[in-house]
Structures are given as C-alpha cells and as structure tokens.
Design a protein. Structure first.
Length: 120
C-alpha cells in the first residue's frame, strides 16, 4: 500500500512538473519571439546615404558589424529555441520512462496479489 501511495504522489509531482514546464516553455518562447520580432524590425531599417559611404576602413568595419548584429541575434535566438525544445523533449522522455516503470510496478503488484490469493 505504501508503495502505491508513493507512486501516486510521484505521478502527481510529475504532472505538476509537466504543467510548470509547459508554462515555462510558453513564457520562454514568447520572450524569444518578441526579441526576434524586434530584431527583424531592426534589420528592416536601411542605413541612410551618409552611413553607406565609408571613408575609412575602420569605420567601414564598424558599420559592417552593426549591420550584421540583428542577423547574428536572430541566429542565436533560433539556437536557443532549438535548445529549449530539445531539453523539453528529453524531460518528457524521462517522465514517460518513470510512468512506464510505475505502471509496470503496479502490474507486477497486481500479479503478486493474484498469485497470493490463488495460493491461499
């Protein structure tokens, strides 16, 4: 009986963790998408004529870096999204394994009870 109660508590904890993960995922992905939208807005802004004319090589390199920043940020955000999704998938797999183990334990417990009843 104690094992069944513990496994039930574990299942409840797992479900709570799943809901927390879903909320975290929504919040995190929402923040990343907000950042992405801001960065894409930055990318759409075209430099004016004075910014496009480069008088010195240093200035040219600085301008080139400034123009590339939104693209780099966009790539980084995509990578972060991918990492979050992968971590969520791995956690879901772990949760499935735990639930399978608990289900197997319940089945084994029922089998033992049936054997005990038959032997009596």
């Amino acid at each position: 009986m104690i094992n069944i109660i513990r496994s039930f508590n574990n299942l409840l904890n797992i479900k709570q963790i799943e809901t927390q993960l879903k909320q975290f995922k929504k919040n995190e992905l929402g923040q990343l998408e907000d950042r992405l939208s801001k960065d894409t807005k930055l990318m759409k802004v075209k430099p004016n004529r004075n910014q496009r004319i480069y008088k010195h090589k240093k200035n040219w390199l600085v301008q080139k870096r400034e123009l590339r920043k939104p693209q780099i940020l966009k790539k980084n955000l995509k990578i972060q999204k991918k990492n979050i999704r992968q971590s969520l998938q791995s956690i879901k797999i772990q949760i499935r394994k735990i639930t399978q183990k608990e289900n197997n334990q319940k089945v084994n417990f029922k089998k033992q009870n049936n054997l005990n009843e038959k032997s009596i």
